[in-house]
Design a protein around this ligand. Structure first.
Ligand code: AMP
Length: 377
């Protein structure tokens, strides 16, 4: 299949060429024709699959084919984080280079200029409004946002939004939209709460699911069989004073565990910070920024950060415990070895989690080497 098969407007074809895309990705092949036919969609697709273009291109195409430019919000894209809002806005701007469509990312922060800019764009009726739920609700409460002519609603990284507790906010926003609209939902995973949300807001959706994910081949995976009380000493021995490990992520299942590990690593003089759902958005962004800028060595995190946003050059991923879901394992270790670099992923398995780990080995289709514990443990 090629992009020509979609018979896009010439302005959109030029936009695709400018972005350097030659061939549609699988999610684009499956989603674009359905979206062009006006169908609702629920798609299981991760970041990196080309899902953004899959929903942006058909909508831009529709706008480009209209005889006049609209002066109201046509498409609302709800996203979990500011970073994702900015990334999507950049893609819209790129594809729309030769057409008159406009977009604005709307996200939180204390910057007055930013707020005023967002307000001006909303009032002037931007085509694409790309917003985090909290900030959009703030604008909605001020009374100048009109969503009553929205034709397309997109929920991106829906599973992550629910993990972050945005369910109610999403429903408040959806209530302000016309009932007759096209709704597209993208999610990296399809747990029960996502299906329930889909039932509430989608209308007879087409389901799109890409084949299950497999870890990249350039990740060296290994594991330790280790009791809980020895895990911290093992972790410290792996990272302390290692000049080849400049950035590592340690995943834990619960936020209390994240806080605990962060505290103990700092006590052991390892430079570490934690990120979890108790931190507000601004704090989380600050932690992520500092991590990207290599201001500290170890990021301790719950699964919230394991999906979505790209962080390059992670040398090591440690699963402090075995993830419940094999898909989560693949997401977690996928943080290392991005863009052709090599990476290492280590998992700590206690006695109780041996079975779960076997499930992961089955899921990825190969056994993972168990490294003996260092002699001093
Ligand atoms: P996404 O999954 O939407 O976050 O996209 C991941 C990356 O793939 C982005 O940098 C896109 O610019 C790029 N991309 C999306 N579709 C294509 C395509 N058909 N060909 C080449 N690159 C693409």
């Amino acid at each position: 299949m090629t992009f020509d098969d979609f018979h896009f407007h010439p302005d959109i074809i030029d936009g695709i060429k400018t972005m350097g895309f030659e061939q549609p990705t699988p999610v684009q092949e499956l989603a674009i024709p359905n979206i062009m036919q006006g169908k609702d969609i629920i798609a299981c697709a991760q970041t990196g699959t080309g899902k953004t273009a899959a929903f942006v291109l058909p909508i831009l195409n529709k706008l480009a084919s209209l005889p006049v430019k609209l002066n109201y919000i046509n498409t609302l894209i709800i996203v979990p984080t500011r970073e994702l809002a900015i990334q999507i806005d950049q893609q819209v701007e790129g594809f729309a280079y030769f057409s008159p469509a406009s977009s604005i990312p709307v996200y939180g922060g204390n910057d007055r200029d930013n707020w005023d800019r967002q307000r001006a764009a909303i009032e002037s009726g931007v085509d694409f409004l790309i917003a985090t739920p909290g900030r959009l609700l703030q604008h909605l409460q001020m009374g100048y946002v009109s969503l009553d002519r929205v034709e397309h609603l997109i929920l991106d990284e829906a599973d992550r939004m629910l993990d972050m507790g945005f369910n109610e906010d999403i429903m408040l926003i959806v209530k302000k939209l016309p009932k007759k609209r096209q709704t597209l939902m993208f999610s990296a995973t399809m747990p029960k709460n996502i299906r329930e949300l889909a039932k509430q807001i989608l209308n007879n959706p087409v389901e799109i699911s890409l084949s299950v994910s497999k870890p990249a081949e350039n990740i060296l995976q290994a594991a330790y069989l280790v009791d809980d009380q020895k895990k911290l000493a093992l972790l410290t021995s792996l990272v302390e004073g290692k000049s080849n490990i400049q950035s590592a992520i340690v995943f834990a299942s619960t936020k209390s565990e994240v806080k605990d590990i962060e505290k103990k690593l700092i006590r052991d003089k390892v430079s570490a910070r934690g990120i979890h759902s108790d931190l507000d958005q601004q704090k989380r962004e600050e932690v992520m920024r500092d991590f990207r800028n290599r201001k500290f060595q170890i990021l301790v995190a719950t699964d919230i950060v394991s999906r979505g946003i790209d962080i390059e050059d992670i040398d090591l991923v440690v699963n402090y415990d075995v993830p419940h879901d094999p898909e989560d394992y693949v997401h977690r270790i996928g943080r290392t070895a991005r863009a052709q670099s090599d990476g290492v992923a280590l998992t700590f398995i206690n006695k109780k989690q041996k079975r779960s780990f076997e499930m992961i080995e089955k899921f990825i289709g190969s056994p993972i080497y168990k490294i003996p514990l260092p002699a001093n443990l």
